[in-house]
Design a protein around this ligand. Structure first.
Ligand code: FAD
Length: 522
C-alpha cells in the first residue's frame, strides 16, 4: 500500500530515517549531511511528484530530491544503494510520461529540473573539434526547446527531433526520441556521441561507443533502468533558416503508404535533395477537426471530404532551406513530388515558415489546450511500431474497424514510416524486425472519468494485433507483468537483464517502468 505521511519539514533527516525504518527493516543509515536538506516532502511537492502527464497512474513517493549538482545525485544514489533496504530512485524530467514511468512509490523522485537553476546557463555548451565537427554538451535535465534556442545562436541545430520540444533530453534519450526526421537521421538516440551517467551504484561514468560502451548502449532507449543521464553530447549541423511545409490528402490508404515509403527511401544524411521530415496523420469523421494549418477558405471542402470518406490520410512533409534558396527548394520539392504521387489533386496545402516555427509547431496547440483547461487531463495514449508488411491489415483491422467504428473521438492519430537501418541494434530500444516499420501514435485526451473507454479500446487494438499475428512493438509502453516485458524485449531480454545486473544490481532506478521491481497492485 502506498503511504501518506505528514512530517514537519525541518525534520527531513529524521523523516527519511524514520520512514524507511517503518517501511521495512530497521536501518541505521542517515542521508549524508551534505544532501539532507535537498529532500522535500511537503504535501504540494509530493502531490506533484505522484502523477504525470497521463493523469492515470498515481504513486506516492516518500520524498522529492532537489539536486544542486551532479555530485548530489551521485550521493543520493549511493545512499539509496547502500541502505540496508535499498531505496527506489526515479529521475523525473518533465513527467511527460503517460503511464507512471517517472514515478517512485515510497521511493525518492529526483526533480531533474532543479539542476537547471544551479547551472547558471551552463547546461548547454556548444563546441566543435576535428573528429566530431560541431556538438552540444547538454544536461540531461535540459529541455529540447532550450537546446534549440542556444544552438541557433551559433547557427547550428540538432538534426533529430521530437514533435514537442518541452521534453527533457534525459527523458527522450531514455525512450528513443522520434519525429518526422527519424527516417533520415535516425531517432535522437542515434545522434548522441557521448554520455555522463550515474549508475544504480551511484558511480559517475562517461560512456560512448568507444569508452564504457556497454553502458552507453544500455542507457540509450534504456527506459531509465541503467543510470541517470546527466550530460549528453549531441551532434549538430548548420541550422536551416526556413521550411517548406506540405500536407497532401489521400482517400486511399495504399496510395498514402506507397508514397510515404517511396519518399523515405531517399534517406542519405548528406543527400540535400531528400526530404528533411515526413509524417502522416488521420482526419477522422468524428467531430471537429483541428484545421488551423489550412486556409479558412478550404475548411468547408475539407470537412465534406472527411464526411464523404470517413477517414482521410494526410501526408506531411517538409524541406528545409538556407538563406536565398527558396526557388531552388520549391524546384527540389516539385521534382520529388512530380507526377508520381497519388494524393487528391485539389488537396495539397503548403506553408513557408521559419525553422523555429516549424520545430516548435506543437507549442501553440499546448497553449490553446491549457487555456481551455484541456491539457492537464488524462492521456490514455497508445504508441505502436507496426511492421510495414502488415500496415494494410492494421488499417483495415484497427483504423477502420476499431477506431472509426467505435466513434470514441480519437484526437490526434499519427502514422508514418521509418527506416530500420537508422537505428542501432546494440541500443536497448526494441523495434520491429523489418527494414521499414511504421509508428502509429494514438494520442487520446479524455475526461477524468472517461479514460477507461480509451484504455479498453487500446487493449482491443493490442488483442486484435496479437490475434492477427501483427507483431507490433509498443513505444513508451507499459505492461502489467514481467512476462509481458520479456515478450516485448524478445531476443534482447537476456542482454537487457544482464545489463541491469551490471549497472543497477539492486534494481532501484526508474521503478515506475515496472520492469524489474513491479509492486503494482501490492
Ligand atoms: P519523464 O516522463 O520525466 O521520464 C521518462 C522516463 O525516463 C522515466 O522512466 C524517468 O525515470 C526516466 N528519466 C527521466 N530523465 C532521465 C535522465 N536524465 N536519465 C535517465 N532516465 C531519465 N516522444 C517522442 O519520441 N517523440 C515525440 O514527438 C513525442 N511527443 C510528445 C508530445 C507530448 C505532448 C508529450 C507529453 C510527450 C511526447 N513524447 C514524444 C513522449 C516523451 O518522449 C516521453 O514522455 C519522455 O518520457 C520524455 O518526457 P520527460 O522528459 O518529461 O521524461
Amino acid at each position: 500500500m502506498a503511504k501518506h505521511i505528514t512530517i514537519p519539514k525541518n525534520f527531513m533527516t529524521i523523516f527519511i530515517v524514520t520512514f524507511f525504518m517503518s517501511n521495512a527493516l530497521a536501518t541505521t543509515l542517515l542521508p549524508p549531511n551534505d544532501i539532507a536538506d535537498r529532500f522535500h516532502n511537503d504535501s504540494e511537492t509530493i502531490k506533484i511528484a505522484s502523477s504525470d502527464f497521463g493523469h492515470i497512474v498515481q504513486e506516492i513517493p516518500a520524498a522529492v530530491f532537489y539536486p544542486n549538482s551532479i555530485d548530489d545525485i551521485a550521493s543520493l544514489v549511493k545512499y539509496a544503494y547502500n541502505n540496508s533496504v535499498p531505496i527506489n530512485v526515479a529521475a523525473r524530467g518533465q513527467a511527460h510520461s503517460t503511464w507512471g514511468q517517472s514515478l517512485a512509490r515510497d521511493g525518492v523522485v529526483v526533480n531533474m529540473t532543479s539542476l537547471e537553476n544551479r547551472l547558471n546557463g551552463s547546461g548547454i555548451i556548444v563546441s566543435s573539434d576535428s573528429s566530431l565537427g560541431s556538438y552540444a554538451d547538454v544536461g540531461g535535465e535540459q529541455l529540447w526547446i532550450d537546446v534549440l534556442n542556444t544552438t541557433l545562436q551559433y547557427g547550428l541545430s540538432p538534426v533529430s527531433w521530437v514533435d514537442y520540444l518541452y521534453l527533457t533530453v534525459g527523458g527522450t534519450l531514455s525512450n528513443a526520441g522520434i519525429s518526422g526526421q527519424s527516417f533520415r537521421f535516425g531517432p535522437q538516440i542515434s545522434n548522441v556521441y557521448e554520455l555522463d551517467v550515474i549508475t544504480g551504484k551511484g558511480e559517475f561514468v562517461t560512456c560512448s561507443p568507444k569508452e564504457n560502451s556497454e553502458l552507453y548502449y544500455a542507457v540509450l532507449g534504456g527506459l531509465g533502468q541503467f543510470g541517470i543521464i546527466t550530460r549528453a553530447r549531441i551532434a549538430l549541423e548548420p541550422a536551416p533558416k526556413r521550411v517548406k511545409w506540405l500536407r497532401l490528402f489521400y482517400s486511399d490508404f495504399s496510395a498514402f503508404t506507397r508514397d510515404q515509403e517511396s519518399l523515405i527511401s531517399k534517406n542519405e544524411r548528406r543527400d540535400n535533395k531528400a526530404l528533411n521530415y515526413l509524417e502522416g496523420m488521420l482526419l477522422l469523421n468524428q467531430g471537429p477537426q483541428d484545421l488551423s494549418f489550412y486556409p479558412v477558405s478550404a475548411y468547408a471542402r475539407i470537412n465534406s471530404l472527411v464526411t464523404k470518406y470517413g477517414i482521410i490520410y494526410c501526408l506531411e512533409a517538409a524541406k528545409y532551406y538556407y538563406d536565398d534558396r527558396e526557388s531552388r527548394v520549391e524546384k527540389e520539392l516539385l521534382d520529388l513530388l512530380k507526377g508520381n504521387l497519388g494524393f487528391l489533386p485539389d488537396f495539397m496545402f503548403e506553408k513557408d515558415v521559419t525553422y523555429m516555427e516549424f520545430l516548435n509547431r506543437v507549442r501553440s496547440s499546448e497553449l490553446f489546450l491549457r487555456s481551455k483547461g484541456q491539457w492537464e487531463v488524462p492521456h490514455p495514449w497508445l504508441n505502436l511500431f507496426v511492421p510495414e508488411s502488415r500496415i494494410l491489415d492494421f488499417n483495415s483491422g484497427v483504423l477502420k474497424n476499431i477506431i472509426l467504428k467505435q466513434k470514441i473521438p480519437a484526437g490526434i492519430v499519427l502514422i508514418y514510416p521509418m527506416n530500420r537501418n537508422k537505428w542501432d541494434y546494440k541500443m536497448s530500444v526494441v523495434i520491429p524486425d523489418e527494414d521499414v516499420f511504421y509508428v502509429v501514435s494514438m494520442l487520446h485526451s479524455s475526461g477524468f472519468n472517461k479514460w477507461e473507454a480509451y484504455d479498453n479500446q487500446n487493449k482491443e487494438i493490442l488483442q486484435f494485433c496479437d490475434g492477427a499475428g501483427i507483431k507490433v512493438k509498443p513505444y513508451l509502453g507499459h505492461y502489467e507483468t514481467q512476462e509481458e516485458w520479456i515478450n516485448h524485449f524478445g531476443s534482447k531480454w537476456e542482454s537487457f537483464r544482464a545489463r541491469k545486473a551490471l549497472f543497477d544490481p539492486k534494481m532501484i532506478l526508474s521503478p515506475g517502468q515496472r520492469i524489474f521491481n513491479n509492486n503494482w497492485g501490492v
